[in-house]
Design a protein. Structure first.
Ligand code: ATP
Ligand code: MG
Length: 561
């Protein structure tokens, strides 16, 4: 049963009375006069409130607040600082506070059991009562973790409340999603949470291009100068459901884990399409890419190997031989030589093809984290992610077409979600037309592949791609362009700008889109021991917790010193 159902006319128990509606419109939102008993400082942007209309409850978000006075004269003669009495006399009558509310969803009060929340198409009348939401309101809208279908996964709690806000994992897995926020706001933590939800409820199998080695096995947690602490990676939480592939096995081992597969890439696996998106990183001009196509036309998949086997002076003669522009080919040759420095590049594969191996794992429903180890250059990340994603996507297209032809349940591909960081590098307006990631974002989920894009500069992402993103989880952004980008293609977001810009700098996020019935600001769920336990991933204390506990016990015995 869908948890988000009407209550059959049952009146919900409500929280504190906040005020009454005095003004507003459907387009611009509503204004509430704050009750004198309420402190304006408790009204935070992003807070969840309910307006009780006559026929509907309007689930709303606080977007702004303002101080006002009935008579401007009063403001010219403010009470003295210590004149509390006068202040109290004025408060609520002559001086008052206005809070802007944006209704996001309305729920008919007398609805039958099958009627759930719906988009706002009406407004409540004058003096409708506004109240704080209660646990059961939040649950009614966002569902509750532990539902029999396993749809709902809690990402956090509303501001000033302890209830969980859940996202619908089925809907989350259905589309490409984005996690945004400026640096240090908790994107990687949010991504880990979302991935845990997908893996735990088996809503999608994941391929994660883990540039900073923070998803597979153990990740650092900032402690504000109070030593170092670590959180668990997906492998530690989900064991056999997660495989770690490594481009830099030495670094992976040094961090205490044996990779399941050591990834090498041979020159013959690199297509011209994989080089084209590197134009920025390699500073290639378009004619250089055209020359690459000329080499490819003759040498096919051996094109790169052939080109790199030439010594500098021979390239010009080679250009003449194949009819390419000598200058461009020389430049291309010189720049592609950089690829030879990558330790994972080999002329011949000794082991299995990494992409085939990734596909085998994904087919078995095992999530793959590809660690880059010390290979953290953007060039490396773009190159490898492109090569692998392009071929995985090809395989998925084939699988999906077979399924469309046979229509047999057993042929239906598993939904795949590919996580990429620094997404604007793959999805800026130029790259989005060239990279496989642009294709995946645009074709939606026709071929059962979607993206989880993590980025601190959403304004760098192509508009068309942004408009295809189903659910956006956004931590604090300051740049006006980035804020605008995150709200691209979402209707009814007026007022959310101020909310986004006023989030805390850590562990708060605005969730909008396909997986939630209405936009909501959350305090992000704490990713730590309690979460591991709630997920049922940890039956006993893990190593770090045990250490922490011992340390705490020692402290308790001997004091801080
Ligand atoms: N859900 C959470 N649970 C626990 N700690 C969190 C959570 N979210 C954020 N933090 C804290 O905030 C810090 C920064 O988070 P995180 O590393 O995810 O930021 P980021 O946005 O990925 O930054 P960058 O852009 O530099 O990668 C973490 O080290 C941690 O201390
Ligand atoms: Mg990060």
């Amino acid at each position: 049963m869908d948890a988000r159902k009407g209550t059959g006319g049952k009146k919900a128990r409500r929280g504190r009375r906040l005020g009454v509606i005095t003004k507003g419109s459907l387009v611009e939102g509503l204004e509430m006069k704050l009750d004198p008993a309420q402190n304006i400082e408790d009204m935070k942007a992003g807070k969840f409130a309910i307006i009780e209309g006559e026929k509907n409850d309007f689930f709303s978000m606080v977007t702004d607040m303002r101080l006002d006075a009935t008579n401007p004269e009063i403001l010219l003669h403010p009470p003295a600082q210590d004149d509390d009495l006068l202040r109290q006399v004025l408060s609520g009558t002559s001086t008052y506070n206005i809070v802007s509310l944006r209704p996001m969803l309305m729920m008919p009060k007398a609805a039958g059991d099958d009627e759930g929340p719906r988009p706002v198409k009406a407004i409540p009348s004058h003096f409708s009562l506004v109240q704080e939401a209660e646990e059961e309101d939040v649950e009614r809208i966002f569902g509750k973790e532990g539902d029999p279908e396993g749809r709902y996964f809690s990402l956090g709690t509303p501001l000033d409340m302890e209830t969980q806000v859940c996202i619908d994992m089925v809907r989350f897995a259905e589309r490409s999603n984005g996690i945004f926020g400026k640096t240090g706001t908790g994107k990687s933590f949010l991504t880990r949470l979302a991935l845990c939800g997908l893996i735990h409820f088996e809503r999608a199998v994941n391929l994660i291009f883990d540039m900073h080695n923070e998803y597979g096995f153990r990740a650092m947690k900032e402690t504000g100068g109070r030593g170092t602490s670590f959180v668990k990676g997906l492998k530690q939480l989900f064991g056999d459901k997660v495989a770690i592939f490594s481009l830099d096995p030495k670094s992976t081992r040094a961090r205490g884990i044996q990779p399941d597969f050591e990834v090498c890439i041979s020159y013959d696996q690199i297509a011209v399409e994989d080089i084209a998106p590197l134009q920025d990183e390699l500073k290639l001009n378009p004619t250089a890419v055209e020359s690459a196509y000329l080499v490819y036309a003759i040498y096919k998949e051996k094109w790169l190997r052939t080109l790199l086997s030439l010594e500098g002076p021979d390239v010009e003669a080679f250009a003449e031989e194949i009819g390419a522009h000598a200058g461009s080919l020389v430049a291309l040759h010189r720049k592609l030589k950089r690829l030879e420095n990558f330790p994972f590049m080999v002329s011949k594969l000794h082991d299995a093809d990494a992409v085939d191996r990734i596909m085998e794992y994904l087919d078995r429903g095992i999530n793959v984290v590809l660690e880059f180890g010390q290979q953290t250059s953007m060039l490396c990340y773009l190159l490898v992610a492109n090569i692998i994603a392009r071929r995985i996507h090809e395989m998925y297209v084939k699988k999906s077409e077979r399924f469309y032809a046979t229509q047999r349940v057993e042929d239906q591909p598993r939904q795949l979600m590919i996580t990429i960081e620094e997404a604007h590098k793959f999805l800026n307006p130029v790259a989005a037309k060239q990279t496989i990631f642009g294709t995946i974002a645009r074709e939606m989920r026709k071929y059962y592949v979607s993206l989880l894009i993590v980025d601190q500069r959403p304004s760098g992402i192509d508009d068309e791609v942004l408009s295809q993103i189903g659910t956006r989880i956004t931590a604090l952004l300051n740049d006006e362009k980035d804020i605008q980008a995150v709200l691209t293609g979402v209707s009814g977001t007026e007022g959310l700008r101020s909310v986004l810009a006023s989030l805390d700098s850590k562990q708060q996020a605005l969730v909008i889109g396909h997986a939630v019935p209405m936009p909501v600001v959350i305090k992000t769920r704490e990713y730590g021991p309690q979460f591991y336990r709630e997920l049922g991933c940890l039956d006993e204390l893990g190593e770090e917790e045990r250490k922490a506990k011992v340390q705490k016990d020692i402290q308790a015995l001997f004091g801080e010193s």
